[in-house]
Design a protein around this ligand. Structure first.
Ligand code: P6P
Length: 320
């Protein structure tokens, strides 16, 4: 059992040592993500001041146009992950098409990410995050991303909140690290994370209730009449992180306006579903089918999602 306080780099190397045939590629891939997240975290901390500096300087001291934080985050991830040489292909919420980095031609992996989830919350200083999902490269085309959620070899998120945390899994348990600003190290703070079997919190945007189907409406009515409390931050990373720690259910159902819901399968729902299952929870779509068994057909495909503690998801499944 890794000890509390172990730094992320050592943790990644210790994990690699468990696989004698490992080449170190995944370790380099993960440490490149760590570097990207640290850069993004440092700029998120400054976001509140950007407007002030922005008024004083339309460009920063390098003479560069002050970028929106989500655009900046995307550029950091693309640059650092491309330079790592480990990723043959990159899909991003911020990019219409998959990109194939020049330095990634020998890369064993492909990655999909949401560089800054919840970016509308930046200006009100509410937690935001980065979500990622890694697969093995196979044919070397966009189709490699359409292999289904069970083929993810790693998934994780960073949350930029009261502290910055990095939570990830490679399928051998779920572990969380908290950034120590003084040392700049991510230190193991949440070893072997397990979601509570049940939790009395539901996390839905209830304003969409009128557009939900009858099953979803009945489910919410049941939760409310059973004494559950409501928490909805509006940043998936923050709502899922709280659900992992406190239990309960997070959902973004389909509605009359959005037939497939709002959240994107490749870089929001698949990684969070792998994470929740790894912690002992469940993740299903609006019909009650396992999210990770879905095989997507488009890069930016959306899917309705209900994820969280076993008890709350089984309650959803029992609603006729
Ligand atoms: P709504 C943020 O914009 C996001 O993509 C997720 O992080 C979040 O769960 C959801 O949308 C919130 O959407 O429609 O409730 O504001």
């Amino acid at each position: 059992m890794p000890e509390i306080g172990m730094d992320l780099n050592r943790f990644i190397l210790e994990e690699e040592r468990k696989f004698p045939s490992a080449t170190g590629s995944l370790s380099i891939a993960l440490t490149s993500l760590e570097t990207s997240v640290k850069i993004i975290a440092s700029h998120v901390r400054m976001a509140g001041l950007a407007e002030i500096f922005g008024k004083a300087q339309k460009t920063n001291i390098q003479g560069e146009e002050v970028q929106k934080l989500d655009e900046f985050s995307n550029n950091v991830l693309v640059r650092v992950l491309s330079d790592s040489g480990q990723f043959y292909a990159i899909a991003s919420e911020e990019l219409d098409d998959v990109i194939y980095p020049e330095k990634g031609k020998d890369g064993k992996y492909i990655i999909a990410f949401d560089p800054l989830d919840g970016s509308t919350n930046i200006e009100v200083n509410i937690s935001i995050g980065t979500i990622f999902s890694i697969y093995k490269r196979s044919k070397g085309t966009d189709a490699d991303f359409m292999c289904g959620g069970t083929n993810q070899i790693a998934a994780g998120y960073a949350m930029y909140g009261s502290s910055s945390v990095f939570v990830y899994t490679t399928g051998m348990g779920l572990n969380g690290f908290t950034l120590d600003p003084s040392s700049g190290l991510f230190l193991l703070s949440h070893p072997s994370m397990r979601i509570p079997e049940s939790g009395k919190i539901y996390s839905f945007n209830e304003s969409n209730y009128p557009g939900w189907d009858d099953k979803t409406k009945k489910y919410l009515d049941t939760l409310k009449s059973s004494g559950y409390t409501q928490r909805f931050i509006g940043t998936m990373v923050a709502d899922v992180h709280r659900t992992l720690l406190k239990g309960g259910v997070f959902a973004y159902p389909s509605d009359k306006k959005s037939k497939n819901g709002k959240l994107r399968i490749l870089y929001e729902v698949f990684p969070m579903s792998m994470i929740v299952e790894e912690s002992g929870g469940l993740a299903v779509d609006g019909k009650g089918d396992r999210i990770l068994d879905i095989v997507p057909t488009e890069i930016h495909q959306r899917v309705p999602v209900f994820l969280g503690s076993r008890a709350e998801i089984e309650m959803f499944l029992s609603i006729q």
